[in-house]
Unconditional design. Structure first.
Length: 620
């Protein structure tokens, strides 16, 4: 059937101009045998029918019944071929009518002189142009069906848009056949020089819509296939040592469409050769770069500049670019001082980025060496915790750093200069915070009373207080609060990205994370060493009742006394423990042990919106 369509592309597309110039190029193979009986029968079903949509529909259903054993695209091709036999005969005779003695009487039988006469040409000129255009569109529709058939080797799972097009094929075939039937009726009306002709406008409208739809689906399918091919190519490139430039091109650009980078420091365009033989930190995100990330990466940029072997590149991920998103991109790009990919087409390696690097709209930082080998699929977590100490940002360095942490306080030791000094001086520190300002005020009052208690003074116990997210005058400090929790979460991901048993530090970090959304929480440490990590209600109760126990401090020491009382209180009843981990934060552990008991935590799904793009202007 495909051979037949190829042949008709030349013959039908020429319309009133007769033969195609290079007919031998379109000639079918010697082994091709057309089903002439079927074609003659289909032609007879369409010949000399009355004009009107009702008759066209009946003819179409009759044709479909007669070719029921054929595939859908074959049904359309056979109908078009049957039409071509009649259509082609007329125009062949029109070419030979004046010169071939045999063609002349046959042409008279086919009423060719009527069509070729000046009155006939003038009368039916518009109808013939309309007819020819409609035949060409129908042929293009059938060609699109064959193109979709070729693309179907990829399957609808990998190419979802293919499913939409293939599901409509029976409907599209129906409209192709009914259009052909209407065209045949129109030819009969012209040949018979009838005043009443077939109105082709409704068929033209529908078949043109069908062609537009099929072309669009083919374009979308090809885009998705390009992504699949890119996925395979990137996988292959990463399996063998190569040059990072080749990996970068395969990751971002389509075939023969490599674009320059934007240098954020100068706003000028630079060739991607600037990445040649360099180690590259690919910052991959949606159009929502945070100032925190830029501030975190600035010292990294300064640190790696001395080496001149590392570059930072932002790869914005946008599924479908719009004018509004381009404006947003320009605004975000102005804040980015390093290299930027400005490519207003979907990144061709998006499937690989999502599936292999676990990109879920939240930023990730993929570290790749000069040979194109991934040294870390997301180094952003460890950079948020350790900064330049994590250089050269490999998984090996991350493992060494996380294993060296002997207490959770070490993770935020530099949150404030005072904290750093207290840790160095091995002082007791009460860190606390929460969602409830009333709880914070109550805890601060009780904690200050304890720190200034005469017994603490007599035993030379120095307790410092630090409210995370509040300044010395009680004012909100959202930057410190956000930095604190980002660091805690980042450390948690750094520790749990491998399937290993959780150690004490990981459990305590997880425990602290479970308090993030509660009214209050508190951590008591001795320098960087953890003493107690508890939720707000429990820790407040410890402080409220500690006055009765404080004389024991002289005998057993403050730390033992405080910890024992905390353990007694939690034995009376534990509250539910939950840890909220954003699903879009990258790769996360499938199972998490409870930080307060040996059970595996149950998994729940919640949905949350923080309106980060501002209020909606309208609902549609």
């Amino acid at each position: 059937m495909e051979i037949f369509v190829s042949f008709m592309t030349g013959s039908l597309a020429k319309g009133t101009h007769g033969y195609p110039e290079n007919i031998e190029e379109k000639a079918p193979k010697a082994s091709f045998t057309p089903p002439l009986c079927t074609l003659k029968h289909l032609s007879s079903l369409m010949t000399c029918k009355s004009p009107g949509e009702e008759f066209a529909h009946k003819t179409t259903m009759s044709i479909l019944n007669n070719v029921s054993n054929y595939s859908w695209d074959s049904k359309a091709v056979l109908t078009l071929a049957a039409f071509a036999m009649e259509y082609g005969d007329i125009w062949l005779l029109s070419q030979l009518h004046s010169s071939d003695q045999l063609a002349k009487p046959i042409g008279i039988l086919k009423r060719v002189p009527t069509i070729l006469s000046r009155p006939g040409l003038q009368k039916h000129k518009k109808a013939m142009v309309e007819l020819n255009n409609l035949v060409k569109v129908t042929l293009e529709v059938i060609q699109c069906m064959f193109e979709l058939e070729k693309l179907s080797i990829y399957g609808t799972k990998d190419v979802p848009e293919l499913s939409k097009a293939m599901d409509r094929i029976p409907i599209d075939v129906y409209w192709a056949i009914i259009t052909i039937a209407a065209c045949m009726t129109q030819i009969c009306c012209i040949i018979n020089d009838e005043d009443r002709t077939q109105d082709l406008s409704p068929f033209a409208q529908k078949i043109n819509f069908t062609l537009t739809f099929l072309r669009r689906q083919i374009t979308l399918c090809r885009q998705q296939i390009e992504i699949i091919e890119a996925y395979r190519k990137i996988n292959k490139l990463l399996q063998t040592p190569t040059e990072i430039m080749e990996v970068f091109k395969a990751l971002i650009f389509g075939k023969d469409n490599v674009q320059p980078l934007i240098d954020g420091s100068t706003n000028g365009k630079v060739n991607i050769d600037v990445l040649k033989r360099k180690n590259v930190l690919f910052y991959i995100s949606a159009l929502d770069i945070t100032n925190d990330d830029i501030l975190i990466l600035k010292p990294i940029s300064e640190g790696i500049r001395k080496e001149n072997q590392y570059k930072i590149v932002w790869i914005p991920i946008v599924e479908q670019w719009t004018d509004e998103l381009r404006k947003k991109f320009e605004m975000m790009r102005s804040k980015w001082p390093w290299y930027v990919v400005q490519y207003f087409s979907p990144v061709v390696g998006i499937k690989f980025i999502k599936e292999e690097w676990n990109f879920k709209n939240k930023p990730i930082l993929v570290v790749m060496n000069r040979q194109g080998k991934v040294e870390h699929p997301n180094a952003l977590h460890m950079i948020r915790v350790w900064g330049m100490k994590a250089f050269p940002f490999t998984t090996t360095v991350e493992e060494a750093l996380t294993n060296s942490v002997d207490g959770i306080v070490s993770v935020w030791f530099d949150i404030h200069p005072n904290v750093s000094n207290w840790i160095k001086q091995e002082k007791y520190i009460l860190f606390y915070g929460g969602k409830d300002n009333e709880w914070i005020q109550q805890f601060n009052k009780k904690a200050a009373t304890l720190a200034n208690d005469p017994v603490m003074k007599d035993t030379k116990i120095s307790i410092e207080l630090f409210c995370v997210g509040k300044g010395s005058k009680g004012e909100d400090e959202p930057n410190i609060l956000g930095h604190f929790w980002n660091r805690i979460e980042s450390f948690f991901f750094s520790k749990t990205h491998k399937k290993t048993e959780q150690d004490i530090v990981t459990q305590e970090i997880q425990k602290l994370l479970s308090y993030k959304t509660e009214s209050g929480w508190a951590v008591l440490s001795k320098g960087s060493r953890l003493v107690v990590n508890g939720n707000g209600s429990t820790m407040l109760k410890v402080l409220e009742e500690f006055d009765k126990k404080k004389e024991l401090v002289r005998e057993v020491g403050f730390e033992i006394c405080f910890k024992d009382h905390y353990e007694k209180i939690i034995q009376t009843g534990r509250h539910c423990c939950s840890v909220d981990i954003p699903m879009n934060a990258g790769k996360y552990p499938e199972h998490i042990k409870c930080p307060e008991c040996p059970r595996i935590m149950e998994t729940y799904i919640s949905y949350k919106c923080c309106h980060i793009d501002g209020p909606m202007n309208a609902l549609h």
